[in-house]
Design a protein around this ligand. Structure first.
Ligand SMILES: Nc1ncnc2c1ncn2[C@@H]1O[C@H](COP(=O)(O)OP(=O)(O)OP(=O)(O)O)[C@@H](O)[C@H]1O
Ligand SMILES: [Mg+2]
Length: 356
């Protein structure tokens, strides 16, 4: 069992409240991913949970026990860093056993734990090597192995795969998911990678300037972002967001952006009062047809399986369209696009979602 609850957690460096006040509830065994722009406080939050940094105020409860002022070593939390943080002059085996020797664990128990972790991560052939004799992926396994040998209640991962090449990342991503399935521990994982967040998380926490913007299952956030920030942050390439005016009347719902013909759309609620706001359309949610907004294509990126069409509306707003397959368009072509039925998001002037 390892529930984690953060209550009014605040962290201030000097006069800068990096984390103004966070409340968070993480259930036993959950895989939770923290995402947010650089500098929003993701690493700080992990370090506070791990006890590597002292909180300014608030409570951190692990299984109901307040550990806010418990030394890092006694919290039952292990952290894996982007930089691996291995001891360069020690062998893999020494790196894995060092922390356990420090807490005076019996030698036989250490050996058993190191061997089990090494087997699990398939680094058992590498135990006598030093870190410089390992590839990046192997080093990362050692770093994860070191966390496993501590048998923590909670694992914290701070962008553990970002130094690996694309192929290895995919591989390690699956390995960490399997590790989670196998161990069943609570895990918190920080990443900038959209695919990692979407595929690994039971729950994503979107942070901005130390504030939680939304918490939810990946597809909840994708399908119903609660504000324009989450809308723009979750999903790659990002959602198109257009300024304009909504109005409903004559059984139709219209969106009018400056300098563009109005587009009529279905709107289940239908009761949106005339107001200005933002219309969000994901790149994959455009229909290309004979009517709609004219988009002049500037760059057509052909990825083979997918086409990404970068263009501009007559009012100068950039638009990105994503279609599966190979779309035969080139620079200067005009495409007419409209949001697919029901596939759009409305946000009010305060940038909050308007429910359909
Ligand atoms: N020891 C410190 N002293 C003062 N300010 C700090 C300290 N550590 C972090 N900060 C500040 O706290 C803010 C959050 O930093 P943090 O490293 O948590 O961001 P992050 O979300 O992990 O960013 P990235 O995605 O770039 O890793 C930043 O503005 C940073 O400058
Ligand atoms: Mg960080």
């Amino acid at each position: 069992m390892a529930d984690l609850v953060l209550k009014n957690v605040n962290k201030t460096f000097g006069s800068h409240a990096v984390i103004p006040s966070i409340d968070l509830d993480i259930k036993d065994g959950e895989f939770v991913v923290f995402v947010g722009p650089s500098g929003c406080g993701k690493s700080t939050l992990l370090r506070l949970i791990a006890g590597l940094e002292e909180i300014s105020s608030g409570d951190i409860l692990i299984d109901g026990q307040n550990v806010a002022h418990t030394p890092a070593a006694d919290r039952g939390v292990a952290m894996v860093f982007q930089s691996y943080a291995l001891y360069p002059h020690m062998t893999v085996r020494q790196n894995l056993s060092f922390g356990l020797e420090n807490i005076k664990m019996p030698k036989a128990e250490i050996a058993a734990r190191v061997d089990a972790a090494a087997k699990l991560l398939q680094i058992d052939q590498l135990l006598d090597r030093q870190p410089r004799q390992l590839s990046g992926g192997q080093r990362q396994r050692v770093a994860i192995g070191r966390a496993i040998t501590r048998d923590p209640k909670i694992f914290l991962f701070d962008e553990p795969l970002s130094n690996l090449d694309a192929e290895l990342r995919v591989h390690m991503r699956l390995e960490i998911t399997r590790l989670h399935e196998r161990l069943g521990n609570t895990m918190i994982y920080v990443t900038h990678d959209q695919i990692e967040a979407m595929t690994m998380a039971d729950k994503i926490v979107v942070l901005r300037k130390g504030v939680v913007e939304q918490v939810g299952a990946p597809l909840e956030l994708y399908n119903r972002p609660r504000n324009t920030f989450v809308a723009g942050f979750i999903g790659s390439p990002r959602m198109n967001l257009l300024d304009g005016t909504f109005s409903a009347g004559d059984g139709a719902f219209r969106f009018q952006a400056d300098g563009l013909p109005p587009v009529a759309m279905d709107h289940a609620g239908g009761a949106v009062a005339k107001q200005s706001g933002k219309l969000g359309i994901r790149p994959e949610d455009f229909l290309i047809g004979d009517s709609g907004w004219p988009v002049e294509i500037a760059v057509a990126e052909q990825h083979g399986a997918n086409s990404y069409l970068h263009g501009t509306l007559p009012n100068g707003e950039p638009i990105l369209i994503h279609k599966p397959g190979q779309i035969a368009v080139t620079r200067g072509d005009i495409l007419h696009v409209a949001p697919a039925p029901g596939k759009y998001h409305l946000f009010d002037q305060a940038e909050l979602r308007i429910e359909a």
